[in-house]
Design a protein around this ligand. Structure first.
Ligand SMILES: Cc1cc2nc3c(=O)[nH]c(=O)nc-3n(C[C@H](O)[C@H](O)[C@H](O)COP(=O)(O)O)c2cc1C
Length: 242
């Protein structure tokens, strides 16, 4: 069985989604990943890119396609139109992607894959990052607690040890600054800060907005589209669907 798996830039249930991809691969399913630009950045920040690469090492039907190499027209999304995949999963689906697909917008790799799947009757299984007014616990990538940071200035160990240049000292006030789009989630900075001012995985309570709930309702009413609470429920569905 061949499955296309779309990953968007949502931190909530991101790791669970990658674990679920691994479960499918272990079941002998061919999984191709279609990753939005934000999805790629967020995967990197959480240090999850290598886990995706392990599950999708390359070669036909085991590739990773991203918005970076697919340009504006998303040529590989046409595989959905060619019915090469039995199912398209989008997990996690950010509020942004949910809003786009609810309104027929196809301007990223993932939303183009969705459009092609719908036009040709390929089943789509979607896990929205936040799907109800109930608060969910989301984990942050690296963050700096300014109350604990004593501003070691030029001797700030996290900025000296950061291998990607994501953790730097601001030229003007010499306070630490984090460029998360450069961060690879290695967490060396967490260990390096002697004051415990740098953390990974702080819990933030988030919930869906009214507009997200409305968009999810619209998506639920579409032909061939099913919405799930988490990626493991998607796996249960696929096991029965095979
Ligand atoms: C660390 C991090 C975590 C994020 N988590 C979420 C999330 O859980 N849900 C969400 O809707 N957006 C989240 N976002 C924002 C999306 O990445 C952003 O809206 C992006 O434009 C989505 O683009 P995409 O839908 O094309 O992937 C997060 C952003 C960052 C930097």
């Amino acid at each position: 069985m061949n499955i296309a798996w779309g990953i968007t830039g949502a931190g909530y249930m991101l790791e669970e989604s990658i674990v679920a991809i691994g479960e499918l691969v272990n079941l002998g399913v061919n999984v191709t990943c279609f990753i939005s630009r934000a999805g790629f950045e967020v995967l990197r920040m959480y240090g999850l890119l290598n886990m995706v690469r392990k599950h999708c090492p390359g070669g036909y039907l085991h590739e990773i396609f991203t918005d970076y190499d697919e340009g504006a027209s998303s040529p590989h999304a046409a595989r959905l139109a060619l019915k090469i995949y039995r199912v398209l999963v989008i997990s996690p689906a950010s509020s942004n992607t949910i809003a786009k697909i609810a309104n027929g917008i196809s301007d990223t790799l993932v939303t183009n894959a969705f459009m092609n799947a719908c036009k040709t009757g390929v089943k789509v299984l979607i896990v929205p990052s936040e799907s109800s007014y109930k608060h969910v616990k989301s984990k942050t990538p690296i963050s700096v607690n300014r109350a604990l940071c004593i501003s070691c200035t030029t001797k700030c160990p996290p900025s000296m040890k950061c291998p990607t240049g994501a953790f730097t000292l601001n030229n003007i006030d010499k306070l630490p600054g984090l460029k998360l789009t450069l961060c690879e989630g290695c967490r060396i900075c967490v260990e390096a800060c002697p004051y415990g001012a740098v953390s990974f995985g702080l819990i933030v309570n988030t919930r869906a907005r009214e507009i997200d709930i409305e968009n999810i309702k619209k998506i639920k009413s579409m032909d061939n589209v099913k919405v799930f609470k988490n990626p493991f429920k998607v796996i249960d569905f696929i096991k029965r669907y095979r």
